[in-house]
Ligand binder design. Sequence first.
Ligand code: ATP
Length: 438
Amino acid sequence: MSNNIQPYSYTPSSFRLKYCCDLDKDVLSSNFEKRGWTHVGQDEDWNFYWASVVTVKAMFNSLESHYRLNDYQVINHFPNHYELTRKDLMVKNIKRYRKELAKEGNLIAERDDNGIFKYLDFIPVTYMMPADYNLFAEDFKKDPNSTWIMKPAAKAQGKGIFLINKISQIKKWSKDKWSGISAPLGREAYVISKYIDNPLLIGGKKFDLRIYILVTSYRPLKCYWYRLGFARFCTVKYTSSANDIDNMFIHLTNVSYQKQSDDYNSVHGGKWTIENLKLYLESTYGKEITDKLFDDIAWIIVHSLKGVSSVIINDKHCFECYGYDIIIDDNMKPWLIEVNASPSLTSTTSSDRIMKFKLISDIINIVIPNGEIPDAKNNNKQPTSEALGNFDVLYDEELAAQELSDEDYKKQKVKGGIVPIISKNIKDFKNKQSVTWR
Ligand SMILES: Nc1ncnc2c1ncn2[C@@H]1O[C@H](COP(=O)(O)OP(=O)(O)OP(=O)(O)O)[C@@H](O)[C@H]1O
């Protein structure tokens, strides 16, 4: 490993910190070791736990466990993170959020003449399968030339995903898979989403963005954007031709999938840094368009988090680093594809390894300020700019609320919103956000 990367601070007390870790990943263990932390087991008195989602589920969700964390303990997932990170629940929550805002008469839930949300249309049209099969079939009939993507609701790495452009394909598949459309409980849930068939291409290839977002609180919402995200490219040039609908090297950007391609390049791993992507976009489309694109991405991320902030259990011991997957279409419109609870910490190249090591280091510096024993009762301290490392504050609901006049704030509160921030002027609202990574 590179020895010149130093964690932000070592204080004598940091050596007393005890950590537990479920994942055998070098970028994790090397960070803990560099800090001189002591490795302990799950049943011991740990201060910091990098847990798998399976552990977190067992810890918080099992009726028998009665698990209580102490003030000196922090853990890397919120108890019901799946409200955001399961494909079907994310869509359900965002739909509910939009409805609630519309009911409140909130301006950001306005629709255009075609009934499309003007500011909150950022997830591809999606139906739950098999429950929403009839709704999907109706939609499909309206646009029989459309392509759709079927995805298991709770799987990752491109597993089980396929594209369809004929309704007969779904019928045949569901017959094989579920023995009929109305599957009884217990059958694997899928989502079917409108396929973004006009992705922005670079060098003729489709790509998506992986952006890391750290959330330290949902109520009030506090989240951070990691500057060192990346774009992941397909190995085969894009075509929307129906003949190539089954060639996933054209359509799926997952590195775990593309790695299997003969054309996979293990030197750069099919990745560009976001910084390089921005430079490319600025030189090709101009700074204004590029800036707007990234403002729109920030907007999407904040509203996806707000969409679940009322349902997430805001346990003070929890933080979470999400992997956001965003696709940009050829109109420069970003789409939220998925939010991952456990973005891959496997390193495909040496620069990938350095970036992921820094990611973990910067997360620790924010959630364990000064390397001191955590104090969940008092966990809302502002990290110093030094401690932020490569993170920027993306959104701080408490600060945003302070920026509203008392009168505006009260009005929003009276409306019953968990959204005390939306001002009359959306542009002004957007400008107010701490979108400072540019
Ligand atoms: N609606 C869509 N339109 C276009 N491409 C899509 C769409 N949904 C998914 N994809 C492509 O398929 C890939 C896999 O989809 P998604 O991320 O939802 O599944 P996953 O198997 O959970 O992947 P991950 O390993 O990122 O968790 C995406 O990275 C993207 O390239």
